[in-house]
Design a binder for this molecule. Structure first.
Ligand code: NAP
Ligand code: ZN
Ligand code: ZN
Length: 355
């Protein structure tokens, strides 16, 4: 089996460090991809540090993958060597349950196979993600990057992009609506771009007043500092839809109370701790609290094509793989502008000391 250089977490409280992993030999329907870029999602940090209590070590994070096809299995029809391709948060699913048939593989009744830290149906063990030089994926879960997009800046579309695009589409965000985005990080900055492009009046809620100018450049019509009680009070009952991307515990009632009658607050952020909600925040105004998980493969391709048509990519800081632990620390401080992307060529500077 081919090996690949990678970076892995070896425990919840150790820094990520070099690792050599094995990928399966491509099966007939598989593609072997040489990874060029991989975005750094806050979910990578949650899982590397076992904040969701479900991590198996060693854990190789990374689910915002862009690369070139190196090799295709004999039954592959959609791709050929040299194509630019992408892989997001899933690498397989059962494909036959009602949710898979509806192209919502993220809700597969048997559990999708996530790109990392998921039981691997092929080789046993757990799947390893994109902080690595290569990956082998069934062509049904490989996406196409439209021509003209910067490849490093497109990588975070595979999670931050689809995770915000999908709920904004599902709840039909568009002209005539007032839409809130909570938190300006990787997901939040893409939510601003999409909500603005879809024609909604878009308002950012942030704990960081210094991000206001960037937020306006990214598509916000208005910026509200959520730590300012008067500013929050002025927004009461004014929103049709709010997308909450915050990665840490915070006050959910404060945002429910900003919804109009029949408005929806959708959570995409996954703080390790549960949320508390006062029933009064929901019953007054018949408000709804919802959640959303990434998006299906078909919708992910739709989102990528939409980004190609509209010239939308992510605002990124390109880092060497050796900078991943600093990037995690900055992410914890909310100091991300607005997504770290690893330049995987920097793995070649590593000696391949396997563990
Ligand atoms: P990120 O880049 O770190 O952004 C999170 C933002 O939340 C920060 O930039 C900050 O924005 C705000 N924030 C952080 N701590 C806060 C606090 N204590 N109180 C209030 N606001 C705070 O993270 P991300 O990659 O966008 O991911 C965000 C969350 O979504 C994570 O929990 C991640 O696991 C989850 N996620 C979910 C899905 C899904 O399918 N549902 C997919 C991907 C990621 P301000 O400085 O503007 O306040
Ligand atoms: Zn992610
Ligand atoms: Zn299924």
């Amino acid at each position: 089996m081919p090996t690949a250089k990678a970076y892995a977490a070896f425990s919840a409280d150790s820094a990520l460090a070099p690792f050599v992993l094995q990928r399966r030999d491509p099966l007939p329907q598989d593609i072997r991809i040489g990874i060029l870029y991989c975005g750094v999602c806050h979910s990578d940090l949650h899982q590397a540090r076992n904040e969701w209590n479900a991590t198996t070590y060693p854990c190789v994070p990374g689910h915002e993958i862009v690369g070139k096809v190196l090799e295709v299995g004999r039954s592959v029809t959609k791709f050929k060597p040299g194509d630019t391709v992408a892989v997001g948060c899933m690498v397989d699913s059962c494909r036959t349950c009602p949710n898979c048939v509806d192209a919502l593989e993220q809700h597969c009744e048997h559990g999708p196979v996530f790109t990392y830290n998921s039981p691997d149906p092929h080789g046993g063990g757990m799947t390893f993600g994109g902080y690595a030089e290569s990956i082998v994926v069934d062509e049904a879960f490989v996406l196409r990057i439209p021509d003209g997009l910067d490849l490093a800046a497109a990588a975070p579309l595979l999670c931050a992009g689809i995770t915000t695009y999908s709920p904004l589409r599902h709840w039909k965000v568009g002209p005539g609506q007032r839409v809130g985005v909570v938190g300006l990080g990787g997901l939040g900055h893409m939510a601003l771009k999409f909500a603005h492009t879809f024609g909604a009046e878009t308002v950012l809620f942030t704990t960081t007043p210094d991000k206001a100018a960037d937020a306006r450049r990214l598509g916000a019509d208005e910026v509200v500092v959520s730590r300012d009680p008067d500013a929050m009070a002025r927004q009461a009952a004014r929103f049709d839809f709010i997308l909450d991307t915050v990665s840490a515990p915070h006050d959910i009632d404060a945002y429910l109370n900003l919804l109009r009658r029949d408005g929806t607050l959708t959570l995409v952020g996954v703080p390790p701790q549960g949320v508390q909600v006062m029933p009064f925040s929901l019953i007054g105004g018949r408000r709804r609290l919802a959640g959303s998980l990434i998006g299906g493969i078909r919708e992910t391709q739709e989102m990528l094509d939409f980004c190609g048509e509209h010239g939308i990519v992510c605002d990124i800081e390109l880092i060497p793989i050796q900078g991943i632990n600093d990037a995690f620390e900055r992410m914890l401080k909310g100091d991300v502008k607005y997504r770290f992307v690893i330049d995987m060529a920097t793995l070649n500077g590593e000696s391949s000391g396997g563990r």
